[in-house]
Design a protein around this ligand. Structure first.
Ligand code: MN
Length: 331
């Protein structure tokens, strides 16, 4: 039960005068939706709020109310309370760390299952489809009115973390909460258009490159692709433009594990991995590479060129798939 933690967090936030909020690196719709919903709610209560996202706010999330106030870092210290959302482990908040851990109390709100939980108050609910669901519960305990702005932020978290209600994390509760947020003024069609149908031209070209490079292994169970540093340069694209590409690889029939490698800088490759099989735990694989995530969706970095990374990662994936699904003891 997280009821006690929610009550504790509610009390701390109501008593606080200053609050710092932090999202994770390579921020997604859930982490940003959560911190921006909290920003709106806490400002509504008259708190001084600083919202941090080390990697800024990707263009597709700039429609979120209050996103212009997000800072990539701050010199301010000594906040009454810090709230970190959707983060798995403290390393994933990047430069926001110093401000967050200078706060008197740190609250960690998360639906990740990694073992990196931290903070003085830990509100964890692995069954929640998105951290936004937990933040909504916190608002109910705090008796905060759900304004259209707050509803939009929270519904964005749900829509993005469920891939438009397509993933296994969706439960009847997800739809019930979505309906409530819609009644409070959020528009799923507007959110979907902003997030999924407002890609830059370079980003759609990059998707083409990823599809062109697609590979299938292990009888089609492992589907992966890559984007080289050259691709990025040629198309004048950035890592931000790769958002959502891995989702497109899921289109391949029979695919169980998906991976996308992108050489964002020469010799530095970001890897995203997805699984459709609960037994093949992507968070645990990512942890081996110093990354993290959920059972079915995770990410990590590999040092080295794209060719080196391809070999290393695909070999690890093959092995991981094999030992995760074989009847013998797991490695
Ligand atoms: Mn999330």
């Amino acid at each position: 039960m997280i009821r006690r933690q929610l009550q504790e967090a509610s009390r701390l936030l109501r008593e606080a005068k200053s609050v710092v909020l932090a999202s994770h690196l390579n921020p997604d719709g859930d982490t940003l939706g959560c911190v921006l919903a909290l920003q709106a709610a806490l400002e509504g209560l008259g708190k001084r709020v600083v919202t941090l996202s080390s990697d800024g706010v990707p263009e597709i999330y700039r429609f979120l109310p209050g996103s212009v106030k997000v800072l990539s870092c701050t010199e301010q210290r000594g906040f009454d309370v810090a709230v970190v959302c959707d983060t798995g482990m403290p390393e994933r908040i990047g430069k926001a760390r110093d401000a967050v851990f200078s706060a008197r109390v740190v609250i960690d709100i998360d639906h990740h299952v990694t073992e990196g939980a931290f903070g003085d108050v830990r509100i964890q609910q692995p069954k929640a489809a998105a951290t936004a669901e937990i933040v909504y519960r916190l608002f109910k305990v705090m008796d905060v009115p759900i304004t259209p702005a707050i509803a939009t932020c929270l519904l964005t978290g749900i829509i993005t973390d469920t891939g438009l209600y397509r993933y296994m994390n969706v439960s009847p509760a997800t739809f019930r909460l979505s309906a409530t947020l819609m009644e409070a003024g959020a528009s799923p069609s507007e959110i979907a258009e902003e997030v999924f149908e407002s890609r830059s031209f370079a980003s759609v070209k990059l998707l083409g490159r990823a599809i062109e490079h697609i590979q299938s292994e292990d009888g089609g169970r492992l589907v992966w692709s890559y984007i080289s540093y050259n691709d990025f340069q040629e198309l004048c694209a950035t890592d931000e433009d790769t958002e959502g590409i891995i989702t497109q690889l899921r289109a391949v029939r029979g695919s169980v594990v998906l991976a996308l490698l992108r050489e964002v800088k020469p010799g530095r490759v970001r890897v995203s991995v997805r699984s459709r099989d609960e037994r093949i735990d992507m968070a645990r694989l990512a942890e081996k590479f110093g990354g993290g995530g959920h059972r079915l969706a995770a990410g990590f970095w590999v040092e080295g060129g794209i060719e080196e990374a391809k070999q290393q990662v695909i070999e690890a994936l093959r092995e991981w798939m094999h030992c995760s699904t074989s009847t013998s003891q797991r490695a």
